[in-house]
Design a protein around this ligand. Structure first.
Ligand code: FMN
Length: 188
C-alpha cells in the first residue's frame, strides 16, 4: 500500500499589522483553500522583526529573524499579501523581505503576491513594488492577484465574494502546483 504524499509547505507573509486586516483575511482564506495538498503557515507577526540592519545580520541574527528565515527557507512556496500605503507596500513587508535577501530564502522559489485594497485599483502600486523587490531576490513569481474593493468582498476574516474567492483559489492552486514541481525536481 502506498502512503499519501506529505503535504507541501507554503509560508504566508502578511504586510499589514492591523487587526481586521483585509490582507490577513486573504491569507486565512488561502490557508483553508490550500488543503489537503499543502499546509499554509502564516507568519504570526512580521512586526516583531527588528528593522533590517546589516551590522546585526553580520554579528548574528536575533531569534525572531532566525525563526522567520527558517519558516520561509523550509517552504516549497510563499504567498505574500500586501496592503498599499501611500502608493507603495508597507514598511513592515519591505523590512521582512530585506531580512530574506541574505538567507536567499526565496531564490528560485515560487512566490505569489496578492494585494487587497478597498480602492478600485486593488493595490496595483504595492503589487508592483513587491514584485520588483522579489524579482531582484530571484523569486519565481506567479501572476499577480489584485483584490479591488476588498472591503466589500471580505467579511469576518474571510473572502466571501465568489469572483475574488475564485481568483484566490486559482492562485493558491497555481502556487501549490509550482511548489510541488519544485519539490519534485529537488528530489532528483
Ligand atoms: C496611511 C494610509 C495610506 C493609504 N494609502 C493607500 C494607497 O495609496 N492606496 C490604496 O489603495 N489604499 C491606501 N490606503 C487604504 C488601505 O489600502 C486600507 O487601509 C487597507 O485596508 C489596508 O490593508 P489591510 O486591510 O490589510 O490592513 C491607505 C491607508 C492608510 C491608513
Amino acid at each position: 500500500m502506498t502512503s499519501a504524499p506529505a503535504p507541501l509547505r507554503l509560508a504566508g507573509l502578511c504586510g499589514s499589522l492591523r487587526s481586521g486586516s483585509l490582507n490577513a483575511a486573504v491569507l486565512a482564506t488561502a490557508a483553508r483553500l490550500a488543503g489537503p495538498r499543502a499546509v499554509l503557515t502564516v507568519h504570526p507577526d512580521l512586526g516583531r522583526l527588528p528593522f533590517f540592519n546589516h551590522d546585526v545580520e553580520m554579528a548574528g541574527c536575533p531569534p525572531q529573524v532566525v525563526a522567520f528565515r527558517e519558516l520561509v527557507g523550509a517552504a516549497d512556496g510563499v504567498l505574500v499579501a500586501s496592503p498599499e500605503y501611500a502608493h507603495g507596500t508597507s514598511g513592515v513587508l519591505k523590512n521582512a523581505l530585506e531580512w530574506l535577501v541574505g538567507s536567499g530564502g526565496v531564490v528560485n522559489k515560487p512566490v505569489a503576491v496578492v494585494t487587497a485594497s478597498p480602492s478600485m485599483t486593488g493595490g496595483d502600486r504595492a503589487q508592483a513594488w513587491v514584485r520588483e523587490t522579489l524579482e531582484v531576490m530571484d523569486a519565481v513569481l506567479l501572476p499577480p492577484l489584485l483584490i479591488q474593493r476588498a472591503s466589500a468582498r471580505i467579511r469576518d476574516n474571510a473572502v466571501h465574494e465568489p469572483e475574488a474567492l475564485e481568483g484566490l483559489r486559482s492562485l493558491v492552486d497555481a502556487l501549490t502546483d509550482a511548489a510541488g514541481k519544485m519539490a519534485a525536481d529537488e528530489h532528483f
